[in-house]
Design a protein around this ligand. Structure first.
Ligand SMILES: [Fe+2]
Length: 321
């Protein structure tokens, strides 16, 4: 444990790490908004502690051998802290999963998804303390392959940072890898359409329901995992789709993945309204706030990328900026 000075905490708008008392009991969790009341309560402790930084460990990613020949120079993210070899392996592994899904070889999809999830979790557990910016783990590639992988990378990292159980981390990673799997049953011209008609939009939105049915009926994954596919476009205020459910009706896993899905979608090159500046997208997400996202995963996500804007936390609380 490492001692923390009260001044360091007072300067933060959102708590940057879990905070412990002298007995090792957790007082506050990473991502919590430091309201004036909390600051007063924190000041009453004589000594405060955080967990010491963990030493770097070598990365081992047990994924499928490379089967797809990519032009890796154009697809690798050179700013990434993951080697380009591992980036290619992850992308190729997911391309295989997608191919098997299109051939309806569900047994193979399940085996490979479990394997890739374990590889991603292993990789991020080792790297979690080194990652400072989202582009350090974002993979570059075709949207249908790179996007689900990026959502899984962000979701797994977020779950690790939130100290969720091993089972939750695994379930979230599996579900986020397959959150858009229903798109394989939607005609490509509708998927790629920029200004879709209402009818086509409705078909597009059904990828959530189709994905849920695949995860539930074709694959052996739990209902909790399948609900990630079903509910990842729902929002806390009920303005999302396909069902417009709200708050606690949306499963915890789906609330978690929705944050990462939104971020990766808006920073991906195929999306018209994208903003490649990660801080602008994070700021936009804070602006949408708890009307759109569940607060804990949202604020932990924003925090884990060292994002610091110049708004006050009172502004943040009222969304009024
Ligand atoms: Fe989706």
């Amino acid at each position: 444990m490492e001692k923390v000075s009260i001044n360091d905490i007072v300067d933060q708008k959102i708590l940057k790490y879990d905070l412990y008392d002298v007995t090792g009991a957790k007082l506050y969790s990473v991502g919590e908004i430091l309201t004036p009341g909390k600051i007063i309560a924190i000041k009453e402790y004589d000594n405060l502690y955080r967990k010491s930084a963990v030493e770097k460990v070598d990365n081992i990613l047990p994924v499928q051998s490379v089967l797809v020949d990519f032009d890796s120079d154009n697809l690798s993210n050179h700013k990434a802290i993951v080697s380009s070899k591992i980036q290619r392996e992850i992308i190729n592994s997911y391309a295989n999963i997608l191919d098997y899904a299109k051939m309806a070889d569900w047994e193979e999809v399940e085996v490979l998804t479990n394997k890739l999830s374990d590889g991603i979790i292993n990789l991020l557990t080792n790297l979690s303390n080194q990652i400072k910016f989202p582009h350090e783990i974002k993979l570059i590639g075709k949207y249908d392959v790179a996007h689900p992988v990026n959502v899984a990378l962000y979701s797994a990292l977020l779950a690790i940072k939130m100290e969720l159980s091993e089972l939750d981390v695994k379930n979230i990673t599996v579900g986020s890898l397959l959150h858009d799997i229903g798109k394989i049953q939607i005609p490509p011209n509708i998927i790629e359409q920029k200004n879709a008609s209402d009818k086509h939009l409705l078909i597009y939105k059904s990828h959530t329901i189709l994905g849920y049915k695949i995860l539930k009926n074709k694959l052996n994954f739990s209902n909790a995992i399948a609900r990630i596919a079903l509910e990842h476009h729902e929002t806390m205020d009920g303005s999302g789709w396909p069902y417009g459910i709200s708050n606690t009706m949306i499963s915890d896993y789906a609330q978690h993945v929705a944050v990462c899905n939104y971020y990766d979608t808006l920073t991906s090159s195929t999306v018209t309204e994208r903003n490649p500046v990660f801080s602008a997208v994070l700021k936009q997400m804070l602006k949408l706030g708890s009307k759109h996202f569940s607060p804990k995963p949202l604020y932990t996500f924003v925090h884990m990328f060292n994002f610091s804007d110049n708004i006050s936390y009172m502004d943040l609380l009222t969304n009024d900026y």
